[in-house]
Design a binder for this molecule. Structure first.
Ligand code: PMP
Length: 412
């Protein structure tokens, strides 16, 4: 278990107990990290440490304001380092990944064509105006070929959008190869790293990515903070994302907006605690080191997937076959049961938290579930159950899920 990994940070609320049918309390088996990960102890400590003296950033001479400004800018520095940003890159704090993709969409040069896979989370699928949508590729090389073909057919400014790790299947996408193809066509690439950064290191310089975004709440930092990191030129040339104080430099009859990409797009009082929490989570993961975290995740994920494969009537979903590498996320269907029934029974009877539905990736889940029975599904379309793991997941949680599914599947 992660708790036996050297120097792994503790989860706040790891001993949470929840009521199950019959009135007993059981330890909560949280297998819903991909929705929002629980808070790490060092993150909670960083938030508490910032509370005694806080004030609005950038605009005050007072001690609390100066301290808060320094903490906020330190958080930005930490996040930049965490993703290996280049010296000229901007790191704009946003509310979450969705806000970051919408910010980038707002900043695209006029006439930019966006090429996006249909497998994207809605946050990366929907913000763009001028879009070419690519079908789910049958294998990773097909993704590169399809992007190559689509980008070669587009003139002018272009952006390729792709997720690094799927929030539905956990599968890792060939982002280095896609970056290479994008650049060969004079396009830029945006990578949705929301589900990658809680599980794997990311270095945008080494991978040659133009933009990345992720959310604090998926990387063990609660509260609404996310970030867009990447090339600053499109950001400094665009109109401010929000108009107001902080983004404006001089205001008379006309407005002079801040030229700096970060100030320009962060009008209003920012979520300083969210940024501090996000940075503390980055620090905590870096300090633990990826090697032991990865080894433990791989072990628990293999146990989970082997367990699922052993339950009759359970089918794991995947785009690129069982051997393709993935982060700790698995979606599945249970024959003869709706996803909602399964998720509700897991919670009510076993104290297990999973997700059911289409996970804000409707086209992708519909593609994966093509042919799955829709009997009993409320809206007439099939959906799936998703189990996702992270720091705080134990063997007991995984085994409890498998036992529960075996019982549910045999109860006909
Ligand atoms: N992209 C991916 C891959 C995600 O999993 C999610 C969250 N489910 C998002 C984007 C959106 O994140 P947020 O809700 O924090 O904006």
């Amino acid at each position: 278990n992660f708790s036996q990994v050297r120097a792994v940070p503790q989860i706040v609320g790891a001993d949470l107990e929840v009521p199950v049918k019959g009135g007993n309390l059981v330890g909560y088996a949280n297998l819903d990290y991909a929705a929002s990960a629980p808070c790490l102890a060092p993150v909670s400590e960083a938030i508490s440490a910032a509370l005694p003296a806080y004030s609005s950033v950038h605009r005050g001479a007072g001690y609390a304001s100066q301290l808060t400004t320094a903490r906020y800018e330190q958080a930005r520095h930490t996040v930049r380092a965490f993703v290996g940003a280049r010296p000229g890159d901007a790191a704009v704090f946003t509310r979450n990944t969705t806000d970051a993709t919408n910010l980038l969409a707002h900043c695209l040069p006029k006439g930019t064509t966006v090429v996006v896979f249909e497998t994207e989370h809605h946050a990366s699928l929907l913000p763009w105006d001028n879009v070419v949508r690519l079908a789910a590729p049958a294998f990773p090389g097909e993704a590169v070929r399809a992007a190559d073909e689509a980008l070669s057919a587009v003139e002018g400014s272009k952006l390729l959008v792709v997720t690094a790790a799927s929030n539905v299947t956990g599968e890792l996408w060939p982002i280095a190869a896609l970056a290479h193809i994008a650049h060969r066509h004079g396009a830029r690439i945006f990578v949705d790293a929301a589900q990658l950064v809680p599980h794997r290191p990311l270095n945008i310089t080494a991978l040659d990515l133009d933009y990345v975004a992720f959310s604090g709440h998926k990387i063990y930092a609660p509260f609404g903070a996310g970030v867009l990191v990447g090339r600053s030129d499109w950001l400094t040339e665009a109109e401010p994302y929000l108009r107001g104080g902080g983004a404006s430099k001089a205001v008379g009859p006309d407005v002079e907006w801040c030229a700096d990409a970060e100030q320009r797009h962060e009008a209003g009082t920012p979520n300083v605690l969210g940024a501090i929490a996000l940075a503390a989570a980055c620090d905590a993961l870096s300090a633990t080191g990826w090697t032991p975290l990865l080894a433990e995740e791989e072990r628990l994920l293999a146990r989970l997937r082997a367990g699922l494969a052993g339950v009759e009537g359970v089918r794991e979903l995947g785009l690129w076959g069982p051997e393709h590498p993935r982060v700790g996320i698995v979606s599945f269907v249970v024959e003869g049961r709706t996803a909602r029934e399964v998720a509700e029974a897991l919670s009510a009877e076993y104290g297990i938290g999973v997700r059911d539905g289409k996970f804000c990736a409707h086209p992708f889940v519909n593609h994966l579930l093509d042919g799955v029975s829709t009997t009993g599904c409320e809206d007439g379309t099939a959906s799936a159950v998703r189990a996702s793991i992270g720091i705080g997941t134990t063997e007991e949680h995984v085994d409890r899920l498998i036992t529960a599914l075996r019982e549910l599947a045999s109860r006909r």
